[in-house]
Design a protein around this ligand. Structure first.
Ligand code: ATR
Length: 276
């Protein structure tokens, strides 16, 4: 069997070994998937030891996504744009780095939740690493407008500058700013990419951004709906957490390694059952 793992610190809580074991069963691919705890100052050494052991690929999680980006010999365009890598593949060509988080988000919104991003008006809350990682895959779906709004406006503006050419090519109106840049109208999709849910705080956002036709998507997940989800639902919007994004980013990684795309839906249902 071919060897893969998820590497991070901490790592014991990771659901990736469960997800990839289900994918291997489902597709019949001979995949063995482990978890790997690397010390904070030992990421590159651990990756090299894993390669020496015969490892074919890694998922990379907190706090090593930037180091994985630096370690890769070649990068996909989306990993390069994200400035972060969550998937490494090892072969005769060396170390290939990709980032499947954005495509995982897009696939969860479109395929699992049934909301098309094409021509949609999208609001992205946050401008840190998580937000940056999803901008290019979202632009690839050609939304009508994408507003990136962040507590610190300058960071949102920097993303607008970085992705201006890609937005123009997609025919998408890309804007940025601080909380006051949120439009006084319902968006089709609002994505919470702030770290706010971790400490149960809500990013500042005009209530009028949430309507009955809005999908409010929180990249975080837990056994209970997040504060952002409950806020959105109280304003009449539909809400989802980020568990499906977790499954779909894993499915895309599996595809990068094996050339076979697993079906995320049954694995998402199983994970959901385990959470509650
Ligand atoms: P990540 O990799 O998870 O995106 P990050 O790069 O540290 O982490 O970015 C955290 C994001 O959450 C930022 O957009 C941050 O806003 P600032 O740039 O203004 O710091 C946002 N954030 C964190 N806590 C927040 C809060 N309580 N309210 C609003 N935004 C918050």
């Amino acid at each position: 069997r071919d060897l893969y793992a998820v590497i991070g610190n901490p790592i014991a809580h990771s659901k990736s070994p469960f997800i990839h074991a289900r994918f291997a069963e489902q597709t019949g691919e001979p995949v063995e998937y482990r978890h790997l705890l690397a010390p904070l100052d030992g990421f590159a050494d651990h990756v090299r030891a894993f390669i020496a052991e015969g490892g074919r690929g890694l998922n990379v999680t907190v706090p090593f996504k930037l180091e994985a980006h630096a370690l890769a010999d070649t990068l996909s365009p989306r990993a390069s744009a994200a400035g972060a890598v969550n998937t490494l593949r090892f072969d005769a060509e060396g170390i290939f780095g990709d980032n499947t988080d954005g495509v995982g988000l897009v696939r969860d919104i479109e395929a699992n939740l049934g909301v098309s991003l094409k021509d949609a008006r999208v609001l992205l809350l946050g401008a840190g690493g998580a937000a940056r990682g999803v901008v290019l895959p979202m632009l690839d779906r050609a939304p009508r407008a994408l507003a990136i709004v962040n507590r610190t406006a300058a960071k949102a503006d920097a993303l607008v500058e970085q992705f201006a050419a890609a937005a123009a090519a997609a025919g998408c109106e890309l804007t940025g700013g601080g909380a006051q840049a949120v439009g006084a109208h319902p968006y089709d999709v609002i994505v919470n990419a702030t770290a706010g849910s971790l400490d149960a705080s809500l990013p500042e956002c005009d209530d009028r951004a949430f309507g009955s036709g809005t999908l409010a998507y929180d990249m975080m997940y837990g056994a209970q709906p997040t504060v952002f989800m409950r806020h959105a639902q109280a304003l009449g919007a539909r809400a989802s957490d980020g568990l499906g994004m977790l499954v779909e980013q894993a499915a895309e990684s599996f595809f990068i390694w094996r050339g076979v795309r697993p079906d995320g839906a049954p694995v998402l249902a199983a994970l959901r059952g385990m959470l509650s």
